[in-house]
Each structure stands twice: as structure tokens, then as C-alpha cells.
Design a protein around this ligand. Sequence first.
Ligand SMILES: C[S@@+](CC[C@H](N)C(=O)[O-])C[C@H]1O[C@@H](n2cnc3c(N)ncnc32)[C@H](O)[C@@H]1O
Length: 287
Amino acid sequence: MSNTPTPDAPGSGGPAHGLSGVAMTLLTPLYGRAHAAELLPGTAFRDPAAASVLAATGYRAPEVLTDRGNALGSVHRAIVFDELTAAFCRGHPDAVVVSAGIGLDTRAERLAGALPATVTWLGVDVPDVVELRARLLPGDLTRVFPASITEPDWAQRLLPLVGERRNVLVLTEGVLMYLDPAGLRSFLVSCRTAFPAAELVADYFHPRVALSGLHPIVRATGARFRSGARGGRGLAAAAPGWEKVSDHRVMERISLGHRAAGGLFRLLALGAPAYSVARLRAAPTAG
Ligand SMILES: C[S@@+](CC[C@H](N)C(=O)[O-])C[C@H]1O[C@@H](n2cnc3c(N)ncnc32)[C@H](O)[C@@H]1O
């Protein structure tokens, strides 16, 4: 795996991506996916678009976590999200998949051959990211909207494209930890209101990890983690009307050391993981 980043765009005075803060965090998972073939040669996961898109960002080394642990973590997380997305779409060929905080991810392209063509792919991110995405991914299979997912009406704005369909899967991959507790609650409430039968797949850190300020992405980008959850149930409890379906380990897939650290953390934290992916669903309303 090369640690040599692509040079900045000539004469630009800065990297071509032009991103800062939380928007810049999209570079690290993109870097991982771009190197998936070297990191996990034995798996089927490949992201052919990621390498060229990463190069076109003109990223600088300090903005991106290029170490093996973080790069592998990004790929394992993407594999778990891909598997859960594929299972949902196979069960619901009319599914609408909404990636909130989509960054430069190309899940629709990755899964295109394996899923019904009737699946609709939507995305949301901050305006700078949406503009960059339009520039770097001109043939994008995902229709992407500029919004903050803490704005109360972000999900309502997608309803004209969702129509009567109830099978909505919302993905937040590497996103919720950047929302403060009020923003997290607002996100869950707006999702639940707009998509009353939605499922949500989200990764989260335990509050002790999230709020420690020690994650290297903080130093790399200046973005801060602002909230965490004690297990999938804790995440579901961050707003009314959500229930946990399942939890999916990621950290434990990275290495034996990560697995041991994850196990020790669970022992000390009464069973709650340091980091995990949860699948939630909107709980049916009474009556
Ligand atoms: C770590 S990146 C993950 C990107 C993508 N999901 C992936 O896995 O490659 C976090 C993304 O969340 C977006 N984000 C963070 N807070 C947001 C908010 N309040 N509204 C919309 N997008 C947000 C960032 O702009 C960034 O693209």
C-alpha cells in the first residue's frame, strides 16, 4: 500500500478537493476502498471507481489515515454495509437506499450487477461534497442532494423521489459520530417521520471512545466526534420510535490485536462494543 499521495492540483494553492473539517473525513474511507485489492486480496470486495476518484481529489497525506488498521477498518465497514444493503434490496426489489453523508462512496456502482435494477439510490451530503461529487463522478448512479442531515426537513425533501414506496433503507457510514446528541436525535426523528417503515444501518463508537478526542481522524481533519452510543440498543434509544434489529462487528475483523482489544473493551463496558455497526428499524406505531 503506497503512502505517497497524489500531488496537489497544479497552481491551485491547495488540494483539488477543496474540502475542510468534517467533509474532509470522506478521504479516509475512500483511501481504504481504493486499496481494497492490496488490503484484502482474498475477498470479493473491489471498488474500481475509488482509485481514480481518490487520485482526482489531490489529497495530501496528513488529511488521510493511510495506516493499515484504519484502511482495513474502512474496507471491512464497507463490506458489512454492502452485505446489509444487498440483503435488504434482494428482499425488497422496489427499495429506496438513502446514503446520508454519502461522501464519495459508489455503493450503487459496486452492487449494480448483483441487485435488481429497480432499486433507487439517493444520497445526501453537505454542499461542498455534493459539488465535488458531481465533478468527480459525472456518471453517478446515485441522485445526491445538498443538505445537512441535522436540518429537520432533509428527509422530507426526498419524498417526491420515494413516492409510495415504504421500503426505505437509510445508511450512515462513518457519519453519526460527527453529530452532537441533539443533531443525532433530530436526524433520527426526521428519518422516522419521513420514512415510517425505514431501516437504518449505522456505525457508532461507544461514548467513552467517541468523546475521548483520541481518534486520529480528529488530528488529521480537525473534525470532532460529538456523540456515541452504548450498543445498538443505546443508539436506537437516542430518539423515540426506533428499535435495534442486530449488531455487526467490524473492529474484530481487522486483526487479532483489534479483536483482543474489542473483547477487553466489552468486558470493561458491560458488553457494549467500542465500535460496531447497528441495524435499526422504525418501530411500528401503536394502534
Ligand atoms: C467519514 S465520511 C464518510 C463518507 C461515506 N459515507 C463513506 O463511507 O465513504 C463522513 C461524511 O459525512 C458527511 N457529513 C457529516 N456531517 C454531516 C451532516 N450534518 N449533514 C450531511 N453530511 C454530513 C461528511 O461531509 C462526509 O462526507
